[in-house]
Write a protein that binds this ligand. Structure first.
Ligand code: PNS
Length: 161
């Protein structure tokens, strides 16, 4: 069984993430979307909320499960018997950071491979950070996030709940 892990912050999950999840899920027997528990980042949504949002938006995609993790990604890979890391690359500007991470992970776990996936062209400018900023300022992000995420984003950013 070939299992891949798609790690990230997913604060919140966007249509770009969902596109990468759909594409990757077709390539592997199983795909674990892994939400990083990162206390340092002051996230908008708690890890439990992000896991729940991801479960909702991926419910129709076969072979996908959602988990959270802390510590090194390579340790999570071996705990879950996974050999592949999926990362989405939107533009060349993503590449430098992604290359560093992929090579550091290779240093730590030479048996694991990182695969870079391209999202659909219409999501190449979408990031969780910009989605939050635009939504906070009252802009329309309904094309950029799934409806369940939009609802929670608006509630949190526009009414504070
Ligand atoms: O969505 P993000 O914030 O770009 O995801 C970054 C993530 C979670 C993939 C990365 O920070 C990570 O893997 N963190 C776990 C800690 C770790 O293994 N660090 C060394 C990797 S080079």
């Amino acid at each position: 069984m070939k299992r891949a892990v798609y790690p990230g912050s997913f604060d919140p999950p966007t249509n770009g993430h969902l596109d990468i999840i759909r594409r990757s899920s077709r390539l592997f027997d199983g795909l674990i979307v892994a939400v990083l528990e990162n206390e340092g980042k002051a996230p908008l949504f708690s890890v439990a909320e992000r896991v729940e949002l991801l479960r909702t938006v991926t419910a129709d995609i076969p072979g996908v499960e959602i988990q959270s993790f802390s510590g090194l990604l390579v340790n999570f890979l071996s705990r879950t018997d996974s050999s592949v890391v999926i990362r989405g690359i939107r533009a060349i500007s993503d590449y430098e950071y992604e290359l560093q991470m992929a090579l550091m992970n290779r240093e730590l776990a030479p048996e694991a491979e990182t695969i870079f996936m391209l999202p659909a062209v219409e999501y190449t400018f979408v990031s969780s950070r910009l989605v939050k900023e635009v939504c906070r300022l009252g802009g329309d992000v309904s094309n950029l996030v799934p409806p369940s995420v939009l609802e929670r984003l608006r509630a949190r950013l526009q009414t504070g709940s």
